[in-house]
Each structure stands twice: as C-alpha cells, then as structure tokens.
Design a protein around this ligand. Structure first.
Ligand SMILES: NC(=O)c1ccc[n+]([C@@H]2O[C@H](COP(=O)([O-])OP(=O)(O)OC[C@H]3O[C@@H](n4cnc5c(N)ncnc54)[C@H](O)[C@@H]3O)[C@@H](O)[C@H]2O)c1
Length: 460
C-alpha cells in the first residue's frame, strides 16, 4: 500500500517511541520511521521486550509495528524517505565547559540537524520535539542553512506527555502546541504539522503560536508543575512540627478554583529526567540575560527539592537512634514515579546513595525499574539487594522507605511484613500512600511526610 506521506523521528526514547507509535496508530495513511543510534534500543523496540514501559504502549506497538511503524538505525534511509522529520533526541544538562551543570547540552540536537543536512534529498520540515532553550530553533536553522540546495523549515512542537500516563496523554492531550516563524513558509510548515494531529485531536486543542513562545511555554510549563510540588513540600517540615496535616492543607487550598487540586501531593521530592534539567536551563537563560531575581526565584524550586530528599534521610537517621550502620532498609520503589521503568533523577537514587554512605544494607523492590536501578547504582559502594518480592526485601529489615507510589505497595499484607522485620520496625512513607493508622496499630513506628509521626516510643 502506498502511504500519503512519510514521517521520521530521530530519537527512539521515552518521547520519540511512544509519540510516534501513537501517530502511526492514529494515522494509518502515514508511514512512520523511528531512528536511533542506539542499536540495542532499536533491537528492543523490534522485540516483545520494549525499552520503555508505559501502560497501553505494548498493545499499540503490536498493532502497528511492521504495518506503518518501523524502528531502525538507518538514519540515512529515514531522512531520504521522510518529508517531515521530528527530532526527539535527549537534551540533558551540560556536564562540561560553559554552563556546566545548568545549560542544556545541545550536541545531540546539533548532530541530528547535521545528519539531516548530510542525507537530505529535498526540502524538509524539521520538528523540534526535544525540550530546548528558547531560540534553539534559530540555532538549528543556522546549522541547516549550511545546505545551499534545500530549504529546511524548523517548527517547534514541544511534548507535554507525562511518563506513566504517556499513551493516555498522547491520545487525549490537553493541548498540542505548534510554533513556527510567522512567514509564509513558517505558517505553511506548521499547517502540515496541524494536519497530522487533526487526525485525532480536536482542532480547538491544537494551538499555534510564534516559535519562541512555543519553546518558552514548554520550559515554563515544567517549571510551574515542579514549583507546585516544591511549594507544597516546603510546608511539610512545618506540618511535622506543629501537628498540621499536609494532606488536609493540600485539600483545603486545592478546593479554591483559582489554585486547583492537581500537583499538590507532598512527597520525598520530584524526579524524572525533565523537571530539574528544564528549570536549570531556564535559570541559565535568565541569568544569561542578567535577570538574576527571576533566576533566583526558579532556582529555589530545585533547591527545595534537594532539601526534601536530604531531609528524608536525615529524618531516618535521627529517628533510628542516629545510626543506620548495618541496619537493613527495604526501599519500596526505585522508579521516579509509578507506572514507568524510568529512574532518571529518581529521588530513590539520592536516598539510596545516602543510606549506603551511612553503611546501611539496602534491599530494593520495584516491579519495573530494577534493571535501571542496577545501572544507576553500579559504581556505588555498599551492600544492595534487588528483588521483585517485597516480602523477601523486608526479611530482617529494620525499616521500610516508600519512595515510589506503586499501587502494589498499598495492597501488601503488612501484618506479615511486620512479623518478618526486626523490631522496632519503622516505616518512612515518602509518598503518603499507606494506611498509617493501620500500620501503627500493627506495631510499626510510622513516619509520613508532612504529618505527625505515629510512634510507640515513650518520651523520656
Ligand atoms: N521523558 C519525558 O517525560 C519527556 C517529556 C517531554 C519532553 N521531553 C524531552 O524530549 C526529549 C527526549 O527525551 P527522552 O526522555 O525521550 O530521552 P531519551 O534519552 O529517552 O531518548 C533520546 C534518544 O535519542 C537518541 N539519540 C541521541 N542522539 C541521536 C542522534 N544523533 N541520532 C539518532 N538518535 C539519537 C538516544 O540514543 C536516545 O535513545 C528531551 O529533550 C526531553 O527533555 C521528555
């Protein structure tokens, strides 16, 4: 069957893979080719063991792979065949040179642009799907202007999906944002991208804008989301001292329609590959224009998050008689959130490293993220066990630290767990997902986030 058009995507990661799978699923008239330099990743996209875990992803990939969705390492072939090329490569925080630790590392993006130029056989629309600094489209256009033969129109189409709910977010997005130059070529190119999404997204949810607003909107959206988490987390130590309950506070303020109730859940801190990196990038941009006050404001969002993770471990040390040495801690969850195997910037990484520095023995349970956990901790000194069985993890453990809000942790037999643990048994619920009163009744000493602890110790 002949296809109406061919779309390529450079980067088969957590964004490129699911996004292109949904485009292929919703647009059988298009051929979609996803390319990556990572051969192992592509091998897994072509297998039954996909490199990304997302509810609903397996089913969609099975339905369309080999029909109109293809995963390959053949970049040249994909570039030649496609009229529209999405770039969805990683844009991590720079680890060297100017802007180290703050700015986005754009080398993968630039490499993708250069490869497109090298292999192109005609005019192409380039879609910036990666999250980038404001005016990155200009930088990409500059690289692509090296081609004297063909015209490459760069369009911004930031991705707002959240890991764990990526497929649902892609199928039913709150909005799709497409920014372009406001020239006839720019507007024509953005209409081409609108046409793709129109296959399943209501037209009023497809927003078009100027290209710099589009780029900045992505950074701003992540900064605002992270800021809500840090705002609520910043009040948790006060709650623990004065006896207020952060969940009651969240509920009470969230009922105000001006505030809304989303993203007000207190926790051990946010993780994920995006929030921290995107805020640091925003701060870097603000500072580069001399906007120190605005930069300081957003930097605090990251600092509060670091504080929350450290505070969690310090609290464990303090409550467990000021020493964790040789004590066994069962870590419930290593993924940065539930329903994903992604562990990038997971709070668990910081917490586990600090526990090991204290010479604790750590036993990690996670239904999907153990493979990544092992990679994250491979150079870390100390004793770590990995298991998918919570009951094994808690055997002779002194404490449980809940770090990911997986549903399964709510449904365990905590009477049995209590029996298996050493006494006194502690639970530090970094996600406030467990039934604290019931745990206390069973005999645990319970330390939620932002609530008074429930303990059996007598004050002396
Ligand atoms: N993960 C998220 O939740 C999320 C959400 C929205 C936006 N974003 C943004 O999307 C972008 C991608 O994020 P991700 O989580 O998918 O990253 P990822 O690291 O999972 O995937 C990026 C992929 O690009 C590949 N790649 C890099 N350079 C390449 C090249 N020159 N040619 C071919 N392949 C190349 C890498 O091998 C990797 O597989 C980032 O800019 C990120 O900020 C991520």
């Amino acid at each position: 069957m002949g296809f109406e058009k061919t779309i390529a995507c450079i980067g088969a990661g957590y964004v490129g893979g699911p996004t292109m799978s949904v485009i292929a699923y919703k647009c059988p008239q298009y051929k979609v080719i996803v390319v990556d330099i990572d051969e192992e990743r592509i091998r897994r996209w072509n297998s039954d063991n996909l490199p990304v875990y997302e509810p609903g992803l397996d089913e969609i990939v099975k339905e369309v792979r080999g029909k109109n969705l293809f995963f390959t390492t053949d970049l040249e072939g994909a570039v030649k065949e496609a009229e529209i090329i999405f770039i969805s490569v990683n844009t991590p925080t720079k680890e060297y040179g100017v802007g180290k630790g703050m700015a986005s590392d754009l080398r993968y993006l630039e490499k993708a642009a250069r490869d497109i130029m090298k292999y192109a056989n005609g005019d192409k629309i380039i879609v910036e799907k990666s999250t980038v600094p404001v005016r990155a489209a200009e930088a990409i256009s500059k690289v692509l202007s090296g081609s004297k033969k063909y015209h490459f129109e760069v369009v911004s189409n930031p991705e707002f999906l959240a890991e764990g709910t990526a497929i649902n977010d892609l199928l039913y997005p709150d909005r799709v944002l497409i920014g372009s130059r406001e020239t006839p070529e720019g507007i024509k190119a953005r209409e081409e991208i609108v046409k793709i999404y129109e296959n399943w997204v209501p037209r009023e949810k497809i927003i078009t804008s100027n290209i710099w607003s589009s780029e900045l909107s992505k950074l701003a959206a992540n900064a605002f989301l992270a800021q809500r988490i840090s705002s609520i987390n910043s009040l948790t130590p006060l709650c623990e001292i004065v006896g207020a309950d952060i969940e009651e506070v969240s509920k009470n303020i969230g009922l105000d329609s001006r505030i809304g109730n989303k993203f007000l859940k207190a926790s051990v801190g946010f993780g994920g590959s995006c929030f921290k990196k995107d805020i640091l990038n925003l701060v870097y941009i603000l500072r580069s224009y001399g906007l120190e006050e605005s930069a300081d404001y957003w930097m605090k969002v990251v600092e509060i998050n670091e504080y929350q993770k450290t505070r969690f471990v310090y609290n464990m040390i303090k409550e467990m008689s000021n020493t964790l040495a040789d004590k066994k801690i069962a870590v419930f969850g290593f993924a940065f959130k539930a329903n994903t195997n992604d562990t990038r910037e997971s709070a668990a990484i910081t917490v586990v490293k600090k526990l090991l520095e204290e010479k604790a023995i750590v036993s990690i349970v996670d239904p999907k993220a153990l493979e990544n956990a092992k990679k994250d901790l491979k150079d870390v000194k100390g004793t770590v066990f990995y298991t998918e069985d919570p009951y094994e993890a808690v055997k002779d453990a002194d404490a449980i630290a809940v770090l990911t809000e997986w549903e399964i942790f709510k449904k365990l037999d905590y009477e049995k767990i209590y029996e298996l643990m050493r006494k006194p048994a502690f639970i530090f619920d970094g996600r406030n997902i467990l039934d604290h009163n019931n745990l206390f009744r069973i005999g645990f000493n319970v330390y939620p986030i932002g609530k008074k602890p429930l303990t059996h110790f007598e004050k002396i």
